[in-house]
Write a protein that binds this ligand. Structure first.
Ligand code: MF3
Ligand code: CO
Ligand code: CO
Length: 309
């Protein structure tokens, strides 16, 4: 994800940090000695008590939305109809679907069936028995973002689909359970890669977890593989971020749809599955902010629904 955290020094034409409204180059640039400086902005951001509560609330709303939509995911519904339900639920409560208009994304959630890795655009696709589909929901509540996704089964699905879905779920929870205050990000990627490798699946590299708060995507980068560079980041109490491993049945490589510039497919056309939670690192350990009341909980074992008689 592109870094939007905006912690750069002001450029010459940016507003001066002193609040004068003048350009930096016409104001304090080169003339900062003896002048009180703004506190350097912490990046990744560390949330205070009130900010943590605001994130808890946004994530609780988003989790309720996940609990609401799950039962609609049945053979015969189109992804556009799911999008309409998500948009209505969210806006009727005075909240904002974060993806709608985000860098031009045209819908209120991402719908990623089967060989779609992530960022699937809702449209005419009609769900059919045997599909798996990831719904990725992000809601802005009073300025704060809650972000989570689940992979769901549409009727009876293949053994491979069950195993892959289980793998992405177990990878996410293993990563959550391995981190403590002051852990390094690389521990997340190590935990995920070990499980995926042991089960013969692969971990997507190009799309990663991310810091989250008032901004949808910010630092830290959360790679789901052991990345020597971003992996050095320390997870401090007050940091809020997502863990969202995309696990592929075949190659980890992906291709971007050249028609919509959004939909990401597996390069080999095989299945991909993903789960996502938003997590707050506290002084005593990770707090999962997007737990649902009715969805799969830590330790869940997925089974294929049986065929209707
Ligand atoms: N919710 C996705 C994530 O987990 C991001 C979707 S951005 C969109 O980070 F523009 F594709 F919608
Ligand atoms: Co995310
Ligand atoms: Co998401």
């Amino acid at each position: 994800m592109k870094d939007e955290s905006n912690n750069r020094k002001p450029g010459p034409n940016d507003p001066c940090w002193c609040g004068s409204g003048k350009k930096y180059k016409k104001c304090h640039h080169g003339n900062e000695a003896g002048v009180p400086q703004p506190a350097p902005r912490k990046d990744p951001l560390l949330l205070n008590t009130a900010e943590r509560d605001a994130m808890r609330k946004a994530c609780r709303v988003n989790a309720e939305l996940m609990d609401y939509i799950r039962d609609y995911v049945k053979a015969g519904i189109t992804t556009r109809e799911i999008d309409t339900l998500i948009h209505q639920w969210t806006t009727s409560r005075g909240h904002i679907p974060a993806t709608l208009g985000y860098r031009g994304f045209p819908a209120s959630l991402c719908t990623s069936p089967n060989q779609v890795v992530c960022h699937g655009v809702p449209g005419d696709y009609r769900l059919k028995d045997g599909d798996i589909i990831n719904l990725d929901l992000t809601t802005i509540v009073e300025g704060w973002h809650g972000d989570q996704s689940e992979t769901l089964f549409v009727g009876p699905v293949s053994d491979e689909a069950v195993a892959l879905t289980q793998c992405s779920f177990d990878c996410m929870w293993a990563a959550i359970d391995v981190i403590k205050p002051y852990s390094r990000v690389i521990e997340i990627g190590r935990a995920i890669s070990a499980i995926a490798k042991a089960r013969g699946f692969s971990v997507v590299k190009e799309y990663q977890g991310h810091g989250i708060g008032r901004v949808f995507h910010q630092k830290p980068h959360i790679p789901h593989f052991p990345d020597a560079y971003h992996g050095q980041q320390i997870l401090e109490p007050g940091m809020c971020f997502t863990i969202e491993p995309m696990i592929n049945a075949g190659t980890w490589k992906t291709v971007l749809d050249r028609r919509d510039n959004w939909t990401v497919y597996t390069a080999d056309g095989r299945l991909s599955a993903q789960f996502e939670h938003t997590i707050l690192m506290t002084e005593t350990g990770p707090e999962v902010l997007t737990v649902t009341k009715r969805g799969p909980q830590r330790g869940h074992k997925f089974i294929s629904p049986v065929a209707a008689a």
